[in-house]
Design a protein around this ligand. Sequence first.
Ligand code: ADP
Length: 374
Amino acid sequence: MRACECQNLVDMSTQDVEITPQTNIKELVATTPVAGEVLRAFGLGCPGCGVSGYETIEQGARAHGLRVEPILAALMVAMSTGRVPAIAEADRMPQRRAPGAFTGRAKIAHVVAVMSGKGGVGKSLVTAMIALGLRRRHLQVGILDADITGPSIPKMFGLHTAMRIEADPHRTNAQGQPQPLMTPALSRSAIEIVSANLLTEQEDTAMIWRGPILSGVIRQFYEQATWSDLDILLVDLPPGTSDAPLTVLQSLNVDGVVLVTMPQSLATMIVRKAANLVHQMKRPVLGVVENMSYFVAPDTGTRYELFGPSYADAVAERAQAPLLARIPIDARKAELADAGRVEEIDDPICDALAAALVGAIAEHPKQAQTISLL
Ligand code: ADP
């Protein structure tokens, strides 16, 4: 009789959410906290993040490069015992291209550069929000942090461990020395990230990086990293219209550029200059984002244009591009970004940004050799 009651208790705890590859991660973790521990043990740190509500166990596993079967098995065990079972090392190692197997570039379907005329307009936060929106559409996403002198992407995503850097077995420089090959860091929601902030401090590696000029480094970040086959690689450019953004536009096979601005006449003037530059490089401006566009008082709902009236439409017209979004000032987003928890932003504006960008990419087809996965 007692045994029977216990059995019922277990059944009751598991009957709410069934464990299948199609189970939604957020719903599962909400009803069964031990499931969150299991997922974390596999390196899926996403139960608390803004992507998990849109992702099934199978999609989460695939995005992280893991097999779904061991995860399902471990979840079943945890549901019946209440504890996280032992997990084999091989099952939590992302299946990625090993350096030895890396003989060429990954198939990156689309490369989009995010640019601003000047610093501090929130270009990096906007890049992160676009990436989150794209992940919520189940796309494989990478961010190349090309803002070499002020890299802020890793901090926003709470990444502190240096990237693994090995000697590329397939590439040597003119002196016959091996070239570095980087393994991108993987964020909690499986966004691949390469950044100068994630370079190791080791002397021998630093040697490799000291020489090349900025734009050379950006190129290395693109070509000498074991990116997965990505749907979209976002390139967070240094602010302004210096050499580095120019190089990116010239040398990486960029689909187009997203211009980030804010409602100030000066910013508007500068962004026009940026738009001209992009057009001179014969790339399309895919869209304009006006960040810190307005502020909505939480108590009254009144909308204030703190930095002055919006210039978004005028800028978009000048850039001959659609306005992708106007993003309000939101202290919560800044707090999460500063605390390394940007992936917890769960805001429909991320979806709107991603949807508008995907639409703009479709309107500007790149050369035929890349097959769009969108
Ligand atoms: P940039 O890359 O253009 O230099 P960042 O993305 O680093 O700018 O943003 C600068 C600061 O402004 C950061 O602290 C960021 O969190 C904050 N910020 C950006 N956009 C917003 C916003 N819409 N609301 C509130 N704070 C923002």
